[in-house]
Design a binder for this molecule. Structure first.
Ligand code: HEM
Length: 395
């Protein structure tokens, strides 16, 4: 079937095959202007890296540190304190603590926990009925992060996190924002209860606190906000990578066979999925002053769409980038960002995805089932498959 190019790099995110379009973007100028979107587009790996490294290009527009739609309300107060949404000292302090905290997590422990939880979920599904792909993709990563942070098991947590993340999208209607504020308050209360002075709910929390994020001041203080941020950073991105791993196995039966024979290859496999079909296709930066990038001058206030998924297939960085190659030499993955805001949860995220994927493979899940179909969740930046039909596993 011939596909037409997506109309622009935002629609590319949920297009069935955006990669030929991304290749065309890479062949154009280093920065190209999309007048319709009012964005500069960066698609080449080197340009993406240059943009992400430049401190004059910031994560929020100078005049709007918090989106107007949520400013002055509970979700806005959280947003204002997130490492992901800050620059300068506030960013450095929060990031340093998160890197210390997340860096001490046992990656094998996360992998084993994800595999155990996934196996239990799969076994609870009735033979011949839908495998619980949604629960594996969305609920399971939230539950792993909750365990790491020290929250007790809570089946309602996924729904609350789902409501909260609506505040991060400019597309959310007012009623979704109302729910996001309620969710922000509920999550904040749970996390605040974990953080009274001196208490240590988990080794992760203890490391984050000793790394400098203190629970001082009324919630949402920087500690509570950034603990909540771990859930919002995890939620859709990890669901996307789990979904894209399932899609890749559905398209390439030979890999399912190989993983059944050699389960330890799951780590290289998921790494390559994260390059070939990344979950996060783009992010944005805003010029706070005049900046010249590879011959193009950006004016203060100009916005750049940084197309991580195009960089992931740049032959300047990867040999035969349009091929899925299991034994590829390790190289930083553009889909996890780069520079001062690079994802500090990458190893944890990949371990969760590996645990879920190997549990599915070993359960006998039929990835080749022609009834296994998916669409992509509407999103301006995340490629997140939602499976809408029966996927049976061997009984
Ligand atoms: C497959 C799953 C994930 C993907 C694809 C992903 C991707 C990313 C990307 C691209 C960024 C940088 C955004 C930018 O520079 O504009 C980022 C930042 C971040 N991620 Fe992840 N992420 C994932 C999972 C996680 C997990 C599981 C955690 C924590 C448990 C996490 C924590 C964070 C944090 C705290 C930041 C902000 C860092 C900063 O601004 O300094 N992420 N992630």
């Amino acid at each position: 079937m011939t596909q037409t190019f997506p109309a622009d790099p935002i629609r590319a995110v949920t297009h069935p095959d955006p990669y030929p379009y991304y290749a065309a973007l890479r062949k154009g100028p280093a920065l190209v202007r999309d007048e319709g979107l009012k964005l500069w587009i960066a698609a080449r790996a080197d340009t993406v890296r240059t943009v992400l490294d430049d401190v004059r290009l910031t994560v929020r527009p100078a005049g709007e540190p918090v989106p107007h739609a949520i400013a002055g309300a509970p979700a806005g107060a959280i947003f204002a304190r997130l490492a992901r949404m800050n620059e300068g000292d506030a960013h450095r302090a929060a990031r340093g603590a998160l890197v210390k905290g997340l860096g001490g997590v046992s990656i094998d422990g996360v992998f084993q926990a994800a595999r155990r939880e996934a196996t239990a979920l799969i076994e609870r599904a009735e033979p011949g009925h839908d495998a619980p792909l949604d629960a594996l993709a969305f609920a399971l990563p939230v539950s792993i992060v909750a365990e790491l942070v020290g929250l007790p098991p809570d089946d309602a947590l996924e729904a609350t996190v789902r409501q909260f993340v609506a505040c991060l999208s400019p597309r959310s209607p007012p009623e979704a924002l109302d729910r996001a504020h309620n969710a922000a308050s509920a999550l904040q209360a749970k996390l605040h209860a974990l953080t009274p002075a001196g208490a240590s709910a988990s080794p992760l929390l203890e490391r984050i606190v000793s790394g400098g994020l203190q629970a001082s001041g009324e919630p949402p203080n920087a500690l509570v906000a950034n603990l909540l941020g771990l859930f919002s950073q995890t939620f859709e991105a990890t669901a996307g990578l789990i979904g894209n791993t399932i899609v890749t196995l559905a398209r390439h039966a030979e890999f399912t066979a190989r993983l059944r024979e050699s389960p330890s290859d799951i780590h290289a496999f998921v790494r390559e999925v994260a390059r070939f079909e990344p979950a996060v296709h783009n992010t944005r930066r805003f010029a706070k002053e005049q900046v010249c990038i590879e011959g193009t001058t950006l004016q203060p206030g100009d916005a750049v769409l940084v197309v991580l998924a195009a960089a992931s297939r740049d032959e300047a960085w990867f040999d035969t980038p349009e091929r899925f190659v299991l034994d590829r030499p390790e190289h930083p993955l553009p889909g996890f960002g780069a520079g001062r805001h690079a994802c500090p949860g990458e190893a944890i995220a990949r371990a969760i995805v590996c645990g879920v994927a190997i549990a599915l493979v070993q359960s006998g899940f039929d990835f080749a089932n022609p009834n296994l179909r998916w669409t992509y969740q509407p999103s301006a930046n995340g490629r997140i498959p939602v499976f809408n039909s029966i996927g049976s596993h061997a009984s």
